[in-house]
Design a protein. Structure first.
Length: 308
């Protein structure tokens, strides 16, 4: 069996679209269509339903997915065994939140190009649940999770670092330039633009604000950090973000930090699937991530803010 057909099938299953799969595989859409038809002919059954808005797995397709992942995992082991003794090589897909993809991971990719030029790194901006699902299905090799806890027994996680958070407003906002800490009662009167649900630090703030007696905070959630940051820069409200994502805007005066109340730094955890084989290339990427973040071994957690 040509394992390229299985790889194409899994990519269509993951993206839900032939066009998206073709882009991910750097193939023409017609090539993807031909490969899927060839695989269906070989198995003697439809694997995907062609729908107006994409493709959906048939019952047979759903049964095939985990087995196809096992075959490709075995193929990767064979290739690594044949190439043992040489430098790490191959593609490694890392899933991480938009925060890390934009602010931290470009430096990791640049360092890997110098130290391991045969390793290709793919970055996928994903939230925690999508990252966990990607590790389980094999779509992701590694993931970075911004989470206090990782209650996923099928994953192995390592604490790499902590990212400091900063409460932000526009330079012309009434809270800009404050020297004394802002109280929870004051925050409960504001409008907030937060990252989407599943973002641990945004979720914590969203749970804390309604606990303020007579609080009237207004919350809007965005799938993009840039959208939240732009609304705040326009003077429409406040946001809470990792300092690394707004350092340049703070220095340039486009955003202003609001003092207090204290928020705990967000743990950065490197995750992989417990039962999946980690290729030499993935091990090289994991090592560079640990070096980049300055691996933290003591597991110290930030204290949660005092709730009103």
């Amino acid at each position: 069996m040509d394992t390229r057909l299985l790889r194409t099938f899994l990519t269509v299953a993951r993206t839900g679209k032939f066009t998206a799969a073709a882009a991910a595989l750097h193939l023409a859409q017609s090539t993807v269509t031909v490969q899927i038809r060839a695989l269906e002919k070989e198995f003697g059954t439809p694997l995907l339903d062609r729908l107006p808005r994409g493709a959906a797995l048939t019952d047979a397709g759903r049964r095939l997915v985990p087995l196809a992942e096992e075959v490709l995992d075995a193929e990767a082991r064979l290739r690594a065994a044949a190439a043992s003794g040489g430098p790490p090589a191959g593609r490694v897909v890392v899933g991480a939140g938009e925060t890390l993809c934009s602010a931290r991971l470009p430096g990791v990719v640049a360092a890997l190009r110098r130290s391991h030029p045969a390793v290709e790194v793919g970055l996928e901006p994903v939230g925690t649940l999508a990252a966990v699902e990607g590790l389980r299905t094999g779509r992701l090799d590694l993931a970075l999770l911004l989470e206090e806890e990782t209650p996923f027994p099928d994953l192995v996680t390592e604490l790499l670092a902590h990212e400091p958070l900063v409460l932000l407003c526009a330079p012309g906002h009434r809270l800009a330039g404050r020297t004394e800490p802002v109280t929870w009662a004051e925050l409960a009167e504001e409008t907030f633009f937060l990252h989407e649900q599943g973002c641990s630090y945004s979720d914590r703030l969203a749970r804390s604000l309604p606990a303020v007696p007579d609080g009237r905070a207004r919350l809007t959630r965005f799938g993009s950090i840039e959208a939240a940051r732009s609304c705040v820069a326009a003077g429409l409200g406040l946001t809470l973000l990792p300092r690394a994502t707004v350092a340049e805007a703070l220095e340039a005066g486009r955003l202003a930090a609001v003092p207090g109340p204290p928020f705990p730094d967000v743990p950065v955890r490197l995750a992989r699937h417990r039962r999946r084989w980690l290729s030499p290339a993935a091990k090289a990427v994991a090592g560079e991530l640990a070096r980049h973040f300055g691996a933290v071994a003591d597991g110290t957690q930030g204290k949660p803010p005092e709730l009103p």
